[in-house]
Design a protein around this ligand. Structure first.
Ligand SMILES: *[C@@H]1O[C@H](CO)[C@@H](O)[C@H](O)[C@H]1NC(C)=O
Length: 334
């Protein structure tokens, strides 16, 4: 009884996200910087989703995967930036325990799904380049759907159970999280419970997941590259490479920064470097993905042209219709 009473008296746990310091002159600049990044990221990824959904020529597994990746990137950045923007604008850097766990849980879930999806995408490219004759039979809409569903299922099975443990932690005096979002380690460091088991479980599950998906992705690329190098004609070699070079870039940045942050212990890297690498996979990858995929991709260029032509045609017909209505109205008035 007494214990329950005590619990009720404990004030709501709140954290302070230290973010990028407290320099009042820096805050507006940071706000603008992240606002632009956020808008560009959401717009770019939405554009890809619209193209994949609206253009019938992009209805292939590779672009289904890309559309899903763009959706994940929007979720990824939305789990982090709006909260950061709000705190830069208002100067209020507090976040509740529940808010923190929701942010961490969402981010973890999306990041896990993303690394599985990148693995599925590299498998798709592997089939397309190493087994081109059997590609249509092995990879179709149904298989693609199953793979996407599998990615979500895999991360749902691991993510939420781990996050749910965080609700049971007790936190002591220090409430300052030395990061710009609620990441696992900075948050768990503040608990006064024994978190060794939780840390071990999380790092085993996360580490195995990251390691396996990274390894399989690398294996796919290894076969892809060795197959491409064996193509005798330079023209075909370049063409084959162009269908997977953009994906390869994205994979390298994503896994590279993720592994740098989580595998190399925080104590050995300076805080600034740690924050910068975290920015890579939380903010930078989501932002540059659409550019990487659209800038050098002829199919996407053509699709952009088709969809914008369709849009102008639609707008013109709409204008014409409105014009006709107007003249009709005038005739009637006369
Ligand atoms: C995601 O993948 C599914 C299954 O392949 C596909 O039907 C859907 O269109 C994709 N979503 C987007 C936004 O591309």
């Amino acid at each position: 009884m007494e214990k329950a009473g005590e619990r009720n008296q404990t004030p709501k746990v709140e954290f302070i996200l230290l973010g990028f310091g407290n320099d009042p002159e820096l805050q507006p600049l940071l706000f603008l910087f992240f606002l632009v990044i956020y808008i560009v990221t959401v717009a770019g990824n939405l554009l890809i989703i619209v193209l994949v959904v609206a253009d019938q020529y992009l209805r292939t597994p590779m672009y289904y995967f890309l559309g899903n990746l763009s959706f994940l990137e929007i979720c990824n950045i939305t789990s982090i930036l709006p909260r950061l923007l709000a705190s830069l604008l208002t100067g209020d850097r507090t976040i509740t325990l529940n808010g923190c766990i929701v942010q961490l849980g969402t981010f973890g879930l999306v990041a896990a799904t993303e690394s599985l999806l990148l693995m599925a995408m590299s498998y798709d490219r592997y089939l397309a380049i190493c087994h081109p004759l059997r590609y249509a039979a092995l990879m179709n809409g149904r298989v693609c759907c199953q793979l996407v569903a599998g990615c979500w299922l895999g991360s749902f099975l691991c993510g939420p159970p781990v996050s749910s443990f965080l609700f049971h932690l007790t936190f002591c005096d220090s409430k300052e999280i030395d990061h710009f979002f609620c990441d696992f380690l900075p948050m768990i460091k503040l608990s006064c419970d024994d978190t060794q088991t939780l840390q071990l479980t999380t790092f085993t599950v996360g580490g195995i997941g990251l390691f396996v998906s990274c390894l399989l992705t690398m294996a796919s690329y290894f076969s892809i590259i060795s197959t491409i190098l064996r193509i005798p004609s330079t023209f075909c070699r370049r063409k084959a490479f162009s269908t997977c070079s953009s994906h390869f870039t994205v994979v390298t940045i994503f896994f590279g920064s993720m592994i740098t942050v989580y595998v190399f212990p925080r104590t050995n890297t300076p805080k600034v470097l740690h924050n910068i690498f975290s920015l890579f996979y939380t903010v930078l990858t989501p932002m540059i993905n659409p550019f990487i995929y659209t800038l050098r991709n002829k199919e996407v260029h053509e699709s952009l042209r088709r969809v914008s032509l369709k849009l102008t045609a639609f707008r013109n017909s709409h204008k014409k219709f409105k014009g006709q209505m107007l003249t009709c109205g005038k005739k009637e008035m006369n």
